[in-house]
Design a protein around this ligand. Sequence first.
Ligand code: 2HA
Ligand code: ZN
Length: 269
Amino acid sequence: MSILDNRAALKAEIDKVAEVAGYLWMKGWAERNGGNITINITEFVDDGMKSLPAISGMMPLGKVLPHLKGCWFYCKGTQKRMRDLSRNPMENGSIIRILDDCSHYEIVADCPVAPTSELPSHLAVHDYLLAKGSPYRASLHTHPIELVALTHNRDWMEKDRATRMLWSMIPETKAFCPRGLGMVPYMLPSSQELADATIKAIDEDYDVVMWEKHGVFAVDTDIMSAFDQVDVLNKSAQIYIAARNMGFIPDGMTDAQMTELSNAFGLPK
Ligand code: 2HA
Ligand code: ZN
């Protein structure tokens, strides 16, 4: 028995998470338990779900998150592997609900798998998105090799320098990641400080935020779209590296070509 039985719409969302988890593993972005995914599934919750008993005690969120009252999430489990999640999402992640005090949660289904270590960042971001009235319901943290490599150099950590280079490698990148790549300096994984800095970067209007020497954090309407934004950025980083490996610095699209593209697709300048 699974909470997903006879809940086709909810199951379709979890299936997308499993599909993306498989891509993360295949791309080499999800070593061991690396990366995490949370999705806000509140719109799929029915009365039958609301009456289900908890299968865990009350766990603290570490912070009051007022906009999460009554919200439900699917979360990857802590210490769980993306490659396992791709085959078995409900044994490597769980469905949680936020309690009315907005500072605790409990696990509801299917297994008592404790959520990801990055839960503070993920839930604080979901709280921020709801407060803003954003339609975004998915957040993804992963370790894309070439984008992480880029952050090991101070110059590329300068605001929007990497964004300009990545956009200029191939026209699709700006078209499909129109807000670019925000940069957050190194901070301890799982810390509240990192969560706060991530929200600040998203608030500056980025959908994808780089955690220096660690990974990316991306938000979008659903998990597939969040993955796509990271995928186009990392593709550009790979093209840059391929050119450098051929012995030259790539020209990149010209400013005039970038402006033409932005006008044609109605993208921000
Ligand atoms: O959950 O990637 O940053 C594993 C991680 C933590
Ligand atoms: Zn990580």
